[in-house]
Design a protein around this ligand. Sequence first.
Ligand SMILES: Cc1cc2nc3c(=O)[nH]c(=O)nc-3n(C[C@H](O)[C@H](O)[C@H](O)COP(=O)(O)OP(=O)(O)OC[C@H]3O[C@@H](n4cnc5c(N)ncnc54)[C@H](O)[C@@H]3O)c2cc1C
Length: 489
Amino acid sequence: MKHAIVIGSGFGGLAAAVRLGVRGYRVTVLEKLDAPGGRAYVHRRDGYTFDAGPTIITAPYLFEDLWTICGKRLADHVKLRPIDPFYQVRFDDGDVFRYSADLDAVRAQIARIEPRDVEGFDRFLDKSRRIFEVAFAQQAEQPFHELGALFAAAPGLVRLGGYRSVYQEVSRFFRSEKLRLLFSFHPLLIGGNPFTTTAYYCLIAHLERTYGVHYAEGGVGALMNGIVDLVRGTGGTLRCGAEVAEVLVEGGKARGVRLASGEVIESDIVVSNADAAWTYGKLLGKHARRRWTDAKLERSRYSMSLFVWYFGTRRRYDDVYHHTMVLGPRYRGLLDDIFKRKVLAKDFSLYLHRPTASDTTLAPPGHDAFYVLAPVPHLGSGTDWRERAEPYRQAVQRRLEDTLLPGLGDSLTTSFVLTPQDFHDRLSSWKGAAFAMEPQLFQSAWFRPHNRSEEVEGLYLVGAGTHPGAGLPGVVSSARILDKIVPDP
Ligand SMILES: Cc1cc2nc3c(=O)[nH]c(=O)nc-3n(C[C@H](O)[C@H](O)[C@H](O)COP(=O)(O)OP(=O)(O)OC[C@H]3O[C@@H](n4cnc5c(N)ncnc54)[C@H](O)[C@@H]3O)c2cc1C
């Protein structure tokens, strides 16, 4: 049997391993950490289960597909439950917007803020659908390693206004600044600045509304572990604690990897789910590269990073919703600090995750499990996180005490953080970016590191740093692209 090595066990790597296994490859997944998942790693501490990263599941059909190709049904193994409202947004003035599947309920809340924007909302949803039909349904699974694919896609994408930013596009439909913020923040979920991310990402509104927003019973880790079972079911092997130090190249072709331990593992193809910039800059660091040279990697723009604080409380906060955005006083100014000036601001906008609102098994009885995240600049800011992490965590705690979680300090039981330095050291992310390269127009599709490496034959890329990009739908789609570009074994 032909042997495929997959470097990394994020959602993209695991989905790739399933697909290659089904096609008849003998697959070995090599994971640096002690357990799979990557950004979706699961921390179990003091009776709590914390999903480290993704929490909002959209496009469940992409996961169903992995079970289907294995001749199984996802529903028999993992329970995905739709959640409605999708999420709540708390503005700095205390106003709360419940963004839900119920269109009339959304229209009524828009009318309360700006009655003239109700018809704009309907037009925006229509635009979001049109973008989705081209940019996601047609392009997300299109390999973009040939310029021809770009030229073929360009006219349709230009017609849709992809040269505009998400914020500019949204502003064409909404007069109210509050509503412009509400309908434009989505790129932040995949590491993009709404003021510079291409308007294609307006498609997220349609994606959420058409396929729903879901959570997995037992946490996102249950979904991730379900995919690990699929990998094993197709005869694949997952080796944790196996850090790849180098992709071995012979005569311009990938022939295996060398682990940090010195062990050499040979293979017919290598699929890297490690960060794309890291793959080129470090794993192929010694190899002469035509396109992804050190200078090009340095010039590229990387997404923001995140400060994530995981904590448990000995009480429940029953009026706090499963997903809440806790917005701060500034929008554009804060994003300029994060993406342009790269300074750690004193104020922040937060996303608060309370999975125990929907699934009490994730914490001891009567307790809540939480995480809160704040977008922050990547390591280009020069912030020393070893020094800054605790004061920053305390500031986040104060903000939560003043807004949604009174008495938080007295009810904390367990607490730990993930900083941009951890994204770099633990997850091997270039500049500690949380979502790989920024999803700007000239870093998308053909301009992004290709799924079929342009540097080395037999090397393929999946995950957030390659096409189509970050987020669970994106990385699982990148694995689907392999079916089109990896030869049969
Ligand atoms: C806090 C947070 C919240 C998020 N929320 C959402 C959400 O709600 N919904 C959503 O859709 N998306 C969300 N995202 C984005 C989403 O989680 C990611 O885009 C996606 O999980 C990335 O998957 P990936 O396939 O690129 O692999 P990753 O998860 O990045 O995994 C890559 C793996 O490769 C391993 N690796 C790296 N280098 C090596 C090496 N040299 N040798 C061996 N192994 C190596 C790493 O240890 C890691 O396990 C969130 C991200 C974060 C950080």
